[in-house]
Structures are given as C-alpha cells and as structure tokens.
Write a protein that binds this ligand. Structure first.
Ligand code: NAP
Length: 326
C-alpha cells in the first residue's frame, strides 16, 4: 500500500491526509489496554501513521505502548508517525497547559507530539483534584468554567512549540469568532482546526474561513458516527441512497466514497474502526477518484447544522455558556 499523502502545515511539518481516531477506544468501550494495543497494531499494519488521541480519552498510555513497540522493533520510525493529542477541558487555563501536555507526553512515552489541540473552547472544572483528569466515567462532578481565556491559553500553547513539546498547535470545536480572536493576537497561527464534518454536515462557512487563513481542516465523525445508532440506521450518511448508488457504480463501499469526498475537498478525515476489514477499507479510499458530477451530487447532500451528531448536552446549561461554539 502506498503511503498516505501529506499536506504541509503552516508550522512547516507535514500532516498525513488520513488520520486514525481513537476516541472510543479504551475505558469508554470497556476495553483493556491490551485490546486497545491490538486495534493500534492492526491500524499500523494497515498503513495508518497519523493517530488522533486526547488526554480526555484516557487511552494515551495504551497508544504509547503500542507505538513504542513498533518503533523499538524498528518497524516504524518516530519521524514517520504523526501523533495528535489534546488539552484536557479541565486544564483550559494558561497555568495548566504545560503540565497537561507533559502528562500526555509521559502517558504516550514520547518527547514531543506532532500536533497539540485545544480540545474544546469551554473549560470544565472538576470537584476532584485538578491534577487528576476528570474521570470519563463520572461526569457528575463536572461544572462549567466561565473564566476560560482563549488568548491566554493560546499563549501557553505557543510556549509548548517553543519548548519543543509539540511541532504544531491547533484548535478543536472552536467557531469562527473564537478563532478570529486568536488570529488577531497570535505569534503562532493555529495550524489545524478539528471539527465534525461529513457529507451530511459539510461545515461550509468554516471550510471557507480555514482556506482563507491557511488552516488545515480535520474532520471527526467523517462517516457520521454510525455507532451512535443501533441496528440499521436509515438516517446515517452511510445508508444514504446517493452514497450507496455512487459506491456501487464505482465498486467501492459507502465508507470509501464518503472519505474520498472529504479528501477531494482537502479535508483530512479522522476515522475510527476497531475492525481490520474497515481499517483496510477506509485507507483504500486513496486509490480512486470521484468525478466532478459525483462531487456535485455529494455536495447536494449537505443538511447543515441539523446533521450535527457530536453533543455535549449532558453538561447542564452548556448551550447557554457565552462560549458555546455550536
Ligand atoms: N475533537 C473532538 O471533539 C472529537 C469528537 C469526536 C471524535 N473525535 C475524533 O475523531 C475520531 C473519529 O470519530 P468517530 O468515531 O465519530 O468517526 P466515524 O469514523 O464517523 O465513526 C466511527 C464508527 O464507524 C464505524 N466504521 C468505521 N469504518 C467503517 C466502515 N468502513 N464501514 C462501516 N462502518 C465503519 C466504526 O465501527 P467499527 O469500529 O466496527 O469499524 C465506528 O463505530 C474519534 O475516534 C476521535 O479520535 C474528536
């Protein structure tokens, strides 16, 4: 399999145009560290080199062990990997950024990451020890932080580049107004924005904004997070009749044409799969092309905001927070 093509970031480093998501691997899926390592192993065997994790996923240690196994056996070089992690929302304060990234690096067993993202524009305060990440299993002790200062947090993010702990920095789940506030004063521009995007939710204004500002756009939930529904889900973009018809005509799968659509829009999909079959299928979206007519038909599938699936509404009152981004 040919290596995944890369795109140059404003930081000067290259990002592979397909990422492997790890968001639901580990405690959230009641998986052991060994089970997470097995998923990572197959992803590495399939050719993935760009991995997306976060402090909040509580799986950095398993991912780190897997990567270490591959680098120490000489099967892959550190410089051929692209590792993203994210600032935990309960560390969304200038004074906590360095500590949080150092914890992530220790978990991952790395001296630097390739990309460090502010995970969410709203901070969370936990009633337990702030040095310990708010347990993903216990959201009952989370409260919203009304003091988060994006500009101050960004200054601390810039200091992480300076300190050599990350090659590039970026944002996740920020809206245009919030990004503009940072662009106005930053010394280091956000290299990447990671948001939800797929054929049903095409993020057009954000996409134009990112193109104008040379910010690479990464899409999470590029297949519309089908696991969020059980059984055969007729509202899933994977089951859309246009997607199914184009896929059948090209002898491809719905997932492949959906990922290819994003790729041809210059969006970097971050897809997750625990199965080798799906992992292989997804990476093979690189070896064919959608025609202009097929791209137009996919463009017409956009449902806008109504198709957003990612939600953090379990946090009481979050939509009334002045920095709620959606
Ligand atoms: N920044 C943020 O706030 C944020 C939020 C959400 C997610 N993320 C990141 O983005 C990653 C991806 O998000 P996501 O999991 O919602 O993305 P997704 O790729 O749209 O959905 C993953 C689901 O699709 C299934 N799947 C994968 N390949 C498939 C295929 N070829 N055919 C049919 N089903 C397929 C997987 O099942 P199987 O495992 O059975 O294959 C899994 O249930 C996360 O893991 C995380 O790293 C970031």
């Amino acid at each position: 399999m040919a290596p995944v093509p890369s795109r140059l970031l404003t930081s000067g480093s290259e990002i592979p145009m397909l990422g492997f998501g790890t968001g639901t691997l580990g405690v959230r899926s009641k998986q052991t560290e060994e089970e997470v390592m097995e998923v990572l192993d197959t992803a590495l065997e399939c050719g993935y080199r760009h991995f997306d994790t976060a402090y909040a996923y509580s799986n950095e240690a398993a991912i780190g062990r897997s990567l270490k196994k591959w680098t120490s056996q000489g099967k892959v070089k550190r410089e051929d990997l692209f590792i993203t992690t994210k600032l935990s929302p309960d560390h969304n304060r200038e004074a906590d950024v360095a500590m949080s990234l150092q914890k992530s690096l220790a978990n991952l067993g790395l001296s630097y990451v390739d990309l460090y993202l502010v995970h969410f524009p709203i901070g969370i305060t936990a009633t337990n020890n702030k040095e310990e990440f708010i347990s993903v299993a216990d959201e009952s002790n989370w409260t919203l932080d009304y003091e988060t200062d994006h500009v101050a947090v960004w200054r601390a993010m810039e200091a992480q580049v300076e300190a050599g702990r990350t090659k590039a920095i970026g944002l996740s789940n920020f809206n245009i107004q919030q990004i503009k506030r940072i662009l106005k004063v930053c010394k280091v521009k956000p290299a990447v924005l990671q948001v939800e995007a797929n054929a049903y939710f095409q993020e057009r204004p954000l996409r134009t904004f990112c193109q104008e500002n040379n910010i690479a756009l990464c899409a999470y939930s590029p297949l519309g997070s089908p696991y969020k529904h059980s059984g055969s889900d007729q509202t899933s973009v994977l089951n859309d009749p246009v997607v199914e018809e184009v896929a059948a005509r090209l002898h491809k799968t719905p997932a492949q044409v959906l990922l290819r659509f994003l790729h041809q829009l210059d969006i970097i999909p971050i897809t997750k799969s625990a199965s080798r079959t799906h992992q292989l299928e997804n990476i093979q979206m690189l070896d064919f092309q959608l025609s202009a007519e097929e791209m137009e038909r996919f463009t017409a599938l956009d449902k806008g905001e109504a198709a957003r699936k990612f939600s953090i509404h379990f946090l009481p009152n979050i939509e009334n927070h002045p920095e709620f981004p959606f």
